[in-house]
Design a protein around this ligand. Structure first.
Ligand code: GOI
Length: 524
């Protein structure tokens, strides 16, 4: 090799290394700046995880009550949500915590069986209506807007007894429950979420059977449960659109959970697998509602049909909507709700022989050993994945109006929760980059959760709260964690203005302060 050629190669090598290094730095770099004026800040909870009062004053039994009371309840610490954070009695303490944090809105869910013990509207439990009226009025009194999730996995047990989400009858029954909720609370509640994470309810509840109602049958029953929840969402949106929108002027959306799926290698088959993972996780629910063509993602239909045929089925295990339902479901949204916590590395593998949602995808996931962990095995800290995911959604669903309805970090409950403070700071900073640098259409952010609570099959072993709760004290006292102060500070500043550097010394980690203030062009 001539020395000139060698020199050229060296130069190229150096340039490549500088380039790669630049990418890594840019990805983790802290950016000063603020969110758009009017950006909404909130915090969230869900009924079964916080309320307790599981059989008080006329509340009916739901599928989580049934599951946790079983001989083997399947909960890590053998705990229940019978009392939980006792928010059924202590909701004013929650309102106080929200006020202290300075949020604009509070996202909470209705316990369907507290309002309708049988799940059906022929028997209304007035105490349930009263409870939510008291909560809503207390919030409004403190200038906090209520945002209601109609369904966060706690199906009334009598509806499970007729098949639950596997029974299409529940679609109309849900519609009637939504209707009652709009008519009871919609004069004051302007923001509605029909379903929280239908994937988790479908796959963990009606597929793997690790969440209530513990039905096993992945690759079949999870697809059916999802199918009916998508129809029920559309039903509830259309009822609002036809009968309430004109008088109540609110909005109805749906919330999906999704990790960022990064290809594990740059092999085309891994890049394709990562895209396919996003379609199976998010597209499964978002495509029928948010895409121009409606229906399930083509890649999902293709993969499941082909495996079903190989398994000897005469039709796909993925149910078909038919054109009437496709049209009925398509476009039933006023906003896109996103719950995001973590990222995964995806690579292609041939799916195993057993019938399952996992095997239908021909892929597997892992995590990078450099990603910091949390108290939850599935939750690794990957802030840049947040920015990539919201950008992917922005492109895939044509600039859709998005609100982050959950984001948060688990530990073991300590008050000095530096890791959570760091998580919020870095994830919110990445979200700001997605808005200010990438032009994503995002109008709000919600921290999960305002208080420690019952973490489903993990019981009380993983804590997500901005406020700690002493679960061994019958009074369930709340105490403010360090992360609540940090989040409160971010809200007060509407982000991270350079003028807030003094306040930023409170952050528990060294932020790489850029030598000069960054502006848009530095990042393009
Ligand atoms: C939200 O879901 C939810 O809305 C809130 O209610 C909740 O409190 C909040 O998140 C915080 O969690 C690797 C069998 C480790 C056993 C992979 C199969 C563990 C255990 C995959 C499958 C995964 C956020 C549970 C979305 C459910 C946690 C979805 C995140 C447990 C796993 C498993 C795994 C499994 N996911 N969730 N898990």
């Amino acid at each position: 090799m001539s020395s000139a050629e060698n020199k050229k190669r060296c130069m190229a090598m150096v340039l490549l290394m500088v380039g790669l290094f630049g990418l890594v730095i840019a990805q983790d770099q802290f950016l000063y700046g603020t969110f758009p004026k009017g950006f909404l800040w909130g915090a969230a909870t869900a009924s079964y995880q916080i309320e307790g009062g599981w059989n008080e004053n006329g509340k009916g039994e739901n599928i989580w009550d049934r599951m946790v009371h079983a001989y083997d309840g399947g909960i890590k610490d053998n705990s229940t949500g019978d009392v939980a954070a006792d928010s059924y009695h202590k909701y004013m303490d929650d309102v106080a915590a929200l006020k202290e944090t300075g949020v604009n809105f509070y996202r909470f869910s209705l316990s369907w069986s507290r309002i309708l013990p049988t799940g059906r509207i022929d028997q209304i439990n007035q105490d349930g209506i009263d409870y939510y009226n008291k909560l809503i009025n207390a919030l409004l009194d403190k200038n906090i807007s209520p945002m209601i999730t109609l369904y966060h996995w706690d199906l009334p047990q009598p509806l499970e007894d007729i098949g639950g989400w596997l029974n299409e009858e529940v679609v109309d029954i849900f519609g009637a429950y939504a209707n009652l909720s709009y008519s009871s609370f919609g004069d004051r509640v302007k923001s509605w979420i029909t379903f929280n994470e239908p994937l988790v309810q479908s796959h963990l509840g009606y597929g793997l059977g690790i969440f209530a109602p513990r039905v096993k049958g992945s690759g079949k029953t999870d697809y059916i449960a999802a199918h009916n929840q998508i129809k029920a969402h559309a039903r509830a949106w259309r009822i609002y659109d036809a009968d309430y929108r004109a008088t109540q002027n609110g909005e109805v959306g749906i919330t999906f959970n999704c990790a960022w799926d990064e290809p594990k290698t740059q092999n085309p088959e891994d890049i394709e697998a990562a895209e396919r993972a996003l379609q199976f996780e998010l597209g499964w629910f978002a495509h029928p509602i948010f895409s121009a063509n409606g229906d399930y993602p083509p890649i999902m239909k293709e993969y499941i049909a082909s495996r079903s045929a190989k398994e000897g089925y005469n039709m796909s295990r993925l149910p078909e909507f038919g054109q009437t339902w496709v049209n009925y479901i398509k476009g039933t949204h006023d906003f896109f709700g996103l719950n995001h916590y973590t990222s995964r590395l995806i690579y292609r593998v041939k799916g195993g022989n057993e019938t399952s949602y996992e095997n239908d995808q021909d892929l597997a996931s892992s995590s990078d050993p450099s990603w910091p962990s949390s108290a939850s095995s599935w939750l690794k800290v990957v802030p840049w994945g947040f920015r990539k995911l919201v950008n992917w959604i922005h492109k895939e669903y044509n600039g859709v109006r998005l609100i982050v309805t959950e984001n948060g970090f688990s530990d073991h409950g300590q008050i000095k929760d530096d890791d959570r403070a760091k998580y919020y700071t870095s994830y919110i900073n990445e979200l700001m980059k997605a808005i200010n640098l990438d032009g994503c259409n995002i109008f709000g952010y919600t921290a999960w959760s305002i208080i420690d609570n019952f973490e489903w099959s993990s019981g009380y072993t993983e804590k997500f709260g901005l406020y700690s709760i002493n679960f061994t004290d019958p009074r369930r006292p709340r105490s403010r964690k360090f992360s609540a102060e940090v989040y409160s500070n971010i809200i007060a500043n509407n982000g991270f203005p350079a003028s807030s550097t003094n306040n930023m010394t409170m952050y528990p980690f060294k932020i790489q302060f850029p030598s000069k203030q960054h502006n848009l062009h530095d990042h393009l």
